[in-house]
Design a protein around this ligand. Sequence first.
Ligand code: F0G
Length: 352
Amino acid sequence: MPRYEGIINRYRAFLPISKDDAVITLYEGDTPLHESHNLRNAINPELNIFLKFEGLNPTGSFKDRGMTMAVTQAYNAGSRKIICASTGNTSASAAAYAANSGMEAYVLIPDGKIALGKMSQGMRYGAKVIQIRGNFDDALELVREISADGSISLVNSVNPYRIQGQKTASFEIVDELGFAPDFHALPVGNAGNITAYWMGYKEYQEKRISKTLPKMLGFQAAGSAPIVLGHPVNNPETIATAIRIGKPASWKQAEAARDESGGRIDAVTDEEILEAYNMLACLEGVFCEPASAASVAGIIKLNKAGYFKPGQSIVCTLTGNGLKDPDTAMKGVASPVTIDATESAVRKALES
Ligand code: F0G
């Protein structure tokens, strides 16, 4: 079997990359498409529910698919500095690809609102991490201004190479299933990923690799749901800090994905997100971060409303790894007991 060399090498024919470009990869992609059983049975045994676990990418989120493309393009164009705004995962990914290629990474994050794992990644990979007294939307506006003169490459999903890389997740799903699912569900923050998946599915259908297209289902957190509300949210709030975004940059593209596919963009509450997060871990053994669980929370909500028909297939993207956010993981679970290191004490603890 040939060695796996990341998404650019695997899907080169579908990507804007020239054969002489140096490829900057951390071997991202090729993530598991997990067929759920216990979770499916708990939601609706008549559905086929698959989980595309993007938390198993090299920095623990789907951002790596986009970052290998954005950083490869910037590097080959001669840039040696990248910048981004982030709710955490983009900054971790940018920092890692910058480290790998010997570039400098600068990241702006909302003060106190990013998960511990993401913060520590950015710092450990050696990025310059700057916290702003503002939210993600403020940070994005700032990095757009700062990168406008071209002296530093912007690697947020407004960079078209990010979308190109992220569309490869759709290719992997179709390659593995042999068909496009009836529905594809994913969390929506800045709305780059729903844009990318839709682009990927459409390309595979245009090239007749798949016969059909899925209906795209996007889910925002209820406290940060500008697309659902139809207007920007000035002070977005949610426990799912990754999608705490009030003015998505790819708003129009997300609406196009919804409308062209005949899908939906809906909101789920923090309670619904946490319930799905818990079900994924306890019923399926899949530990994702809270924002990722919005995709599953969304299909649970739609299923209760009778939206799906028996036999339909749904792929939910789980965008990030649960280890990113240990603080949320520890909330609402019982602390471990501490006992003496004796056999009798252990036996007693097992029985209690
Ligand atoms: N899930 C996770 C875990 C994320 O980190 C993000 C976005 C999303 C979903 C939403 O994806 O923005 O393409 O709609 N995180 C960005 C960041 C904003 O800075 O890491 P989207």
